[in-house]
Write a protein that binds this ligand. Structure first.
Ligand code: MN
Length: 337
């Protein structure tokens, strides 16, 4: 089934001009998925014009790119910072299935460009009516149970028996490790995928070193302030933590789970919008059916926000003028606990 899905996609892409892209503040999974997909397509589709567009890299992705390039200076990791929409016949959007997460360099709305697009992703997917006609949904490849998008691309290489050299293997391992939280959110497949990529020349500890990220002082301060402002809600045997910080909301939300909360909610208020990052312990999602992505998606529909993610890690961006109140989210979460 998977092979026929891949085949449909590749047949469709033949002879088309392609732009590959991913969400704003590109993370390591987004970065690796785009580069590796381009390498795959270049081997397979000989006559295509393919380019990668990134709006802005996250700090960890920048750091990874720097470390990786130092190790493999000739490996081609070029991408465009300008979105040449007029040159594209099809857009491949990786590691997100939300068009609002694609940022164009001139701030224009991607929907207005009228380029058809296909998602290749591992986040919770809900079909939206507003952009249905431009998304070729029959060609989307979305596996919500995969721990990374990179594993979908890895499967493409495997299905078509394209051998992987060491730099490619290292790229895949890095993306899988990061997105699975070093297997914390993964399953047997995640571990097996990494296991088969590791070899004599590729040592696990060397990859850890490649992914090492120094935490800068602003992130430390955000975490400490997040703790100072923390409110604890107890629901039976479960603990929910709510706090607010101006930046590093995702990191603060993850930290709250590490220190003992079952669910965390972190609000980051900006001038026009608020961003809400949520996390939940994997075991609780499995036990109770809690799915943060679904809850945030529902709220975003009701208040015209923008939400999505996974069952145990999701976010919502919402207009400060809307009637939305955080207690609605808390109440929705409590229903499952
Ligand atoms: Mn991902």
């Amino acid at each position: 089934m998977l092979k026929s899905k891949f085949e449909d996609l590749i047949t469709f892409l033949d002879n088309k001009k392609i732009i590959i892209s991913t969400h704003h503040l590109v993370d390591i999974d987004g970065l690796v998925s785009c580069f590796t997909l381009k390498i795959f397509l270049n081997q397979y589709l000989k006559n295509n014009e393919i380019c990668i567009y990134f709006s802005e890299l996250s700090k960890s992705a920048k750091n990874f790119l720097k470390n990786f390039s130092a190790k493999f200076p000739v490996f081609n990791l070029s991408y465009k910072k300008k979105f040449h929409g007029s040159k594209a016949e099809i857009l491949l959007i990786l590691d997100t299935n939300n068009l609002d997460q694609i940022m164009l360099d001139d701030d224009s709305n991607i929907n207005l460009l009228k380029i058809p697009y296909i998602f290749i992703d591992h986040h919770y997917f809900k079909e939206k009516s507003d952009n249905k006609n431009l998304n070729i949904t029959s060609l989307n490849i979305i596996f919500e149970d995969y721990s990374s998008t990179a594993e979908i691309i890895l499967q493409l290489f495997e299905t078509y028996n394209i051998p992987l050299n060491n730099p490619l293997k290292i790229l895949f391992i890095s993306a899988i490790l990061i997105d699975s939280g070093f297997f914390k959110h993964g399953d047997n497949n995640t571990i097996q995928n990494v296991g088969k990529l590791l070899c004599e020349d590729i040592q696990f500890q060397d990859i850890r070193a490649l992914l090492k990220n120094d935490i800068d002082i602003s992130e430390k301060i955000a975490k400490i302030k997040g703790l100072q402002r923390l409110e604890l809600i107890r629901e039976g045997k479960y603990l929910i933590g709510i706090t607010n910080v101006s930046s590093f909301g995702a990191a603060v939300a993850s930290m709250l789970i590490t220190i003992g909360f079952d669910v965390s909610i972190v609000i980051s208020k900006e001038s026009k919008f608020s961003r809400i990052n949520t996390r939940a312990r994997k075991k609780i999602c499995e036990e109770t059916g809690l799915n943060l992505a679904k809850i945030l998606e529902q709220i975003s529909e009701k208040y015209e926000g923008n939400g999505g993610g996974h069952d145990g890690a999701a976010s919502l961006t919402i207009d400060n003028e809307s009637d939305y109140n955080i207690t609605e989210l808390v109440e929705n979460i409590k229903k499952y606990l």
